[in-house]
Write a protein that binds this ligand. Structure first.
Ligand SMILES: [Zn+2]
Length: 488
């Protein structure tokens, strides 16, 4: 496909909304006692309820509700005291009941937001319309069997797995904003611990709605849904592709068709999957087998009390406490485990700021060059803290620290290991150090005179000179003590 020129693209405005499905980490499924685990033998975690047998009745999992409430609170959504389960009717081979239990006009929570950085560099709030609870469907398997060319298999282990569906407002204007919204959303949900957000295993899935309209037009353009994109990077690519495709269509006088499309990452393009259903096609009605869901204020408060410090609050605090930049704070809080590890070591460090600086300046650069994450670093955060302390009390110079970091990366060992192996041989012999002090004092009569006249800061000059003479090997503590004694 030809690339729509920037000029043509600037005539149109993009409107993106995202729907994210997050699998909740409950022990059992949402309406039955079957285990909620990934990777079992097909069709082993099933029972009459999740197989959709006639007459089987759903029983709501309390933990699933608590988790969805917790995620709602973390995303600044207002939890409705009363929400209603509804039947969403459609036929699909992996949906044996012929309907999915979801929520429709009275969802669990509404009106939240996530902040992203707009192209202008300013903060921008992306509204979250709603979060609702629903059950997952099973899984059709189109490949992996000898007769896959003629048959499709179905695994119903996933049928009835609890999902939180998080729907954004159509506030997203660029693929870049979509990418950041998803990154922040995943980060927040991970911090709450209600999902592992593992995209490879499908515990976080994303559908994107995208439309374009001529700038200045109020009415939204016809939207296309891109379904089941399995990485945030692909979501961004799929959106970039769709924006171009739709721009070219409109600009050449054509019309966008409302439909669902699939993204093929290998080819970098989207394909028509099916024409898009509208809400009324699903014939929603209240689920007669479940009572309205009540989550009263006391229960909401109890759940709120279990919320951890969330990523944004943590970033603000780290920026204030350790004088970090926005970007550095983002790096150190990318996962909760990383942030916790940093703070544990920062509390032990002689200078927490120095530790933060080393992690950002010395460690990040080397990790980037080696294509590694902080979690895979040969130098651990604890090892970096050890090196920061050595630097802080003058045992090693920053030049030596850099060398030791290089060697630690080359040999794939932590800092204390390389330090033990290669630490500069220190001179602690007082006679030897005294001799060097004498020489320095003898060759600097002017400075000695200044010192004796009261300019005690000259001591730094003498320390430096002796260090130089010893090639950095004189023990700083011994040197200081002898020097003070000599100068009287
Ligand atoms: Zn079951």
């Amino acid at each position: 496909m030809a690339t729509a020129s920037k000029g043509v693209q600037s005539k149109y405005e993009t409107v993106i909304g995202l729907e994210v499905h997050v699998q909740l980490l409950t022990n059992t499924k949402i309406f039955c006692a079957c285990p909620n685990v990934f990777g079992s033998q097909p069709n082993t975690n099933v029972c009459p309820v999740c197989l959709g047998m006639p007459g089987a009745l759903p029983v709501l999992n309390r933990q699933a509700v608590d988790f969805a409430v917790k995620a709602s609170q973390a995303l600044d959504l207002q939890v409705n005291e009363t929400s209603i389960f509804a039947r969403k009717n459609y036929f699909y081979p992996d949906l044996p009941k012929g309907y999915q239990i979801s929520q429709f006009d009275k969802p669990l929570s509404e009106h939240g937001y996530i902040e992203v950085t707009a192209a202008s560099g300013e903060k921008k709030r992306i509204g979250i319309t709603r979060l609702h609870l629903e059950e997952d469907a099973g899984k059709s398997m189109h490949e992996g069997f000898v007769d896959s060319d003629s048959k499709t298999y179905v695994d119903l282990n996933r049928s009835g797995t609890p999902l939180a569906e998080i729907v954004s407002d159509p506030d997203i204007s660029t693929p870049e904003e979509a990418f950041e919204y998803l990154t922040r959303l995943k980060e927040i949900v991970l911090y709450t611990g209600v999902s592992d957000c593992n995209m490879e295993e499908g515990s976080l899935r994303c559908d994107a709605n995208v439309s374009i309209r001529p700038r200045g037009q109020q009415q939204l353009g016809t939207k296309v849904e891109v379904k089941n994109v399995n990485s945030f990077r692909f979501v961004r690519q799929a959106l970039e592709y769709e924006i171009e495709r739709q721009t070219e269509l409109l600009d050449s006088g054509g019309a966008v068709v409302q439909e669902t499309r699939l993204y093929n990452p290998g080819e970098g393009r989207t394909y028509t999957m099916r024409s898009k259903e509208k809400a009324h096609d699903y014939r929603y009605f209240p689920e007669p087998d479940l009572l309205p869901l009540i989550v009263d204020q006391a229960r909401q408060d109890a759940i709120r009390a279990t919320l951890p410090e969330l990523p944004e609050a943590k970033r603000r605090r780290l920026i204030a406490e350790y004088a970090l930049s926005e970007g550095d704070a983002a790096t150190l809080t990318a996962t909760q485990a990383r942030a916790d590890l940093f703070e544990t070591e920062a509390k032990k460090a002689k200078s927490p700021k120095r530790l933060a600086n080393l992690l950002i300046s010395e460690l990040q650069g080397r990790l980037k060059a080696a294509g590694l994450e902080l979690e895979d670093s040969p130098i651990t955060i604890a090892g970096a803290r050890f090196s920061a302390d050595l630097l802080d009390d003058g045992t090693i110079s920053s030049k030596i620290l850099k060398e030791l970091y290089d060697h630690a990366f080359e040999q794939n060992v932590d800092f204390p290991v390389i330090y033990e192996k290669e630490k500069p041989q220190q001179i602690t012999d007082t006679a030897e150090i005294e001799k060097m002090i004498d020489e320095v004092l003898a060759s600097s009569p002017k400075q000695v005179e200044q010192y004796k006249a009261g300019k005690t800061t000259m001591i730094g000059f003498f320390v430096g000179q002796v260090m130089k003479a010893s090639k950095g090997k004189a023990n700083p503590a011994v040197l200081n003590e002898l020097l003070v004694k000599k100068l009287g």
